[in-house]
Design a protein around this ligand. Structure first.
Ligand code: NAP
Length: 597
């Protein structure tokens, strides 16, 4: 990078970025705990809402088997209904619809992208969110309403874990087995298990010996903490509570824990950047004046602004303001400078809010702004001004050990009654997909998906793969583009495409489909050619990613170990969506329909 002479602050920041990254990468590897070796910790991941009711195994024949009942699964179901395909079944371990918004009911859970563009199909339902950033109970209620309106409850099998999906040539179609002994036969299957659904427990020496109560944020147990999603956690009164992790989840939980706990210790490895949230009730006159087509226009505008290709912005918030400030240039040198100017303002805000200078310093993120997921909150930083809150800055090292009475970090022991794990979710290579989601997926000739993807993911659009006919995946890898903040936008576009392919196969009486090998090879080649490894001097380049502190966004800093087939589509989401649209326009010419596929 060319440094302009005389710009000391900028140069200092760059060397600080380097120091912080080194500190974090040199000694720490972020691995999820292997639960097979720690069976005693499995209850931490149990669903507090499970009824544990028993039922007889079922034998079911359906058109489309959908694994999951989150946004991806529901969007596919609604798109299928729109195309006249009514014969489908959704299966989930949860007791209700919602996916992310079923599991993540921790206090303070709230959407981070404006509700007006985050909640799908607002125009069709006529629902107006009550606030700009809706909280979990409202989002979950909206999800339930979508499910009722589309008559999805009678097509769902809850508290049921899919254990295997096996292609049967003779049928032809998929045989799905579950932990309840069900056998479900279908022509098509959609695996919509979610990219961030398998909670990650931290690999900390002795964590299984902790004698107090332990909970993961995605399995919040209000019987233990008291209160509800709005807070007032009276079960924590007088208790010493520790929380590991300071990512987007922790940022939302900490203010509630701070208000309720006797004492709260926040164990930080890497600080998040915290820009203002600025939530507000919905302006009814604004909502009343919205013109038909408003939601899709607003969704597309937001996605384009946050990918740096549109400057006429309809929603001014932390995502778009930072994008408008930083993504004005495609050149890495220039981006780094703009990034520094913006990130300096975010860091300065920490000094304005947090009164203790040492704590304020610890809470500043020293890395390029988009290296980690930016966070937005109006109460998180302020929580550290409370006398009952201690920030345990582990200076990049993390918690070093646990024992019966608490945690140790940087040689100091902290006694705890309750330990909250805000340690996120497992993210890994596509070859580990089966292990991660706990489903064996066998295609033609008994080929396992892990084997099929062992030398890198193979797909068209990140949604379909050869040798697994009639099967599609909700988008995660080789799909969309890196970091689209408004995830439901990508899920909705993918659902339209998959529903279109299934509807065509049904219309034509084909009964199945398979993506062409050539189309797939072309897509994989494109993924690699647009990957950070091939981009030079831009924000999408390896050069940029190497400047980042480790996170799930950069393979935990182990970029040399990353296969670039396992990357996302390295162009703005608009281009990805256009490719899906173009394929639909050609009546899915890239697919073979019927048995000969
Ligand atoms: P996350 O971003 O992966 O953060 C996990 C946190 O745990 C990090 O602070 C990490 O530290 C820490 N950690 C993990 N393993 C650790 C270990 N062994 N020792 C010490 N610390 C450890 O998880 P998350 O906060 O649950 O968020 C996950 C994703 O969910 C977000 O990126 C976002 O996409 C989504 N989310 C969205 C919303 C919303 O839209 N409202 C809210 C919450 C989450 P390091 O940073 O040092 O690795």
């Amino acid at each position: 990078m060319t440094l302009l002479p005389g710009d000391e602050e900028f140069n200092d920041a760059l060397s600080r970025y380097e120091t912080e990254r080194e500190r974090r990468t040199s000694r720490v590897r972020s691995r999820p705990l292997d639960l097979n070796a720690h069976e005693e910790l499995r209850p931490v991941l149990a669903d507090p809402l499970a009824t544990h009711g028993s039922r007889e195994p079922r034998v079911i024949q359906t058109g489309v088997l959908v694994v999951g009942t989150g946004f991806s699964a529901m969007l596919l179901a609604m798109e299928l209904i729109d195309r006249g395909v009514d014969d489908f079944l959704l299966v989930d371990t949860a007791t209700d619809f919602g996916g992310t918004w079923y599991w993540n009911r921790y206090p303070g859970a709230q959407c981070d992208v404006q509700s007006y563009i985050y909640l799908p199909r607002l125009e069709q339902t006529g629902y107006v969110p009550t606030e700009a950033y809706a909280h979990q109970p409202e989002i979950h209620a909206y999800v339930q309403r979508l499910a009722r309106d589309h008559d999805l409850y009678r097509r769902a099998l809850f508290e049921t874990r899919v254990t295997s999906l096996t292609w049967e040539e003779a049928q032809p179609g998929w045989v799905t087995r579950t932990n309840r002994g069900d056998v479900i036969r279908s022509r098509y299957a959609y695996v919509a298990t979610g990219p961030l659904s398998q909670p990650k427990l931290p690999e900390i020496e002795g964590i299984d010996t902790f004698g107090g109560r332990m909970l993961h944020t995605s399995r919040w147990d209000y019987e233990l903490t008291g209160g509800g999603p709005g807070g007032d956690l009276d079960g924590l009164a007088g208790k010493k509570v520790g929380i590991i992790g300071t990512g987007a989840t922790s940022v939302q939980v900490v203010p509630h824990l701070a208000r309720s706990a006797g004492h709260l210790y926040v164990f930080q490895r890497t600080p998040s950047t915290i820009a203002p949230r600025d939530n507000h009730p919905t302006d009814e006159s604004w909502a009343a004046g919205l013109e038909p087509g408003w939601q899709q226009r607003m969704i597309e505008n937001f996605t384009d602004v946050t990918s740096g290709i549109e400057r006429d912005c309809q929603i001014l918030d932390g995502w778009t303001i930072s994008s408008l400030a930083i993504l004005r240039s495609a050149q890495l040198d220039e981006v780094m400078r703009l990034d520094h100017d913006y990130a300096s303002g975010v860091r300065a805000r920490v000094d304005e809010v947090v009164s203790d200078p040492a704590t304020a310093e610890s809470l500043k993120g020293w890395y390029p702004y988009f290296c980690k997921r930016p966070c937005f909150h109006d109460e998180y930083l302020d929580a550290f001004n409370r006398p009952n809150v201690t920030l345990v800055d582990t200076r990049g090292q993390g918690v070093s050990g646990a024992d019966e009475s608490g945690l140790t970090a940087l040689g100091e022991h902290y006694d705890l009654d309750v330990l909250v794990l805000a340690t996120g979710f497992e993210v890994g290579a596509p070859s580990e997909f089966e292990r991660r989601v706990g489903i064996s997926i066998l295609g033609r000739g008994g080929l396992s998906l892990s084997e099929h993807w062992s030398k890198g993911m193979k797909s068209l659009f990140g949604l379909y793969t050869t040798e697994f006919p009639g099967l599609a995946f909700a988008p995660a890898i080789q799909a969309q583009a890196s970091l689209p903040p408004n995830i439901p936008h990508a899920l909705a576009e993918a659902a339209k495409h998959v529903a279109g392919v299934i509807a065509k196969a049904e219309r034509d009486g084909a009964g199945t489909f398979e993506v062409s090998g050539d189309a797939q090879a072309g897509w994989v080649e494109e993924i690699v050619s647009r990957s950070p490894a091939r981009q030079r001097g831009s924000r999408g380049s390896l050069e940029y990613q190497e400047k980042c502190v480790p996170s799930y966004l950069n393979n935990e800093g182990r970029l040399a170990e990353k296969r670039w087939e396992d990357a996302n589509f390295g162009a703005p989401p608009k281009e990805y969506f256009a490719r899906l649209h173009d394929d639909a326009e050609t009546q899915h010419k890239t697919f073979q329909f019927g048995r000969e596929g």
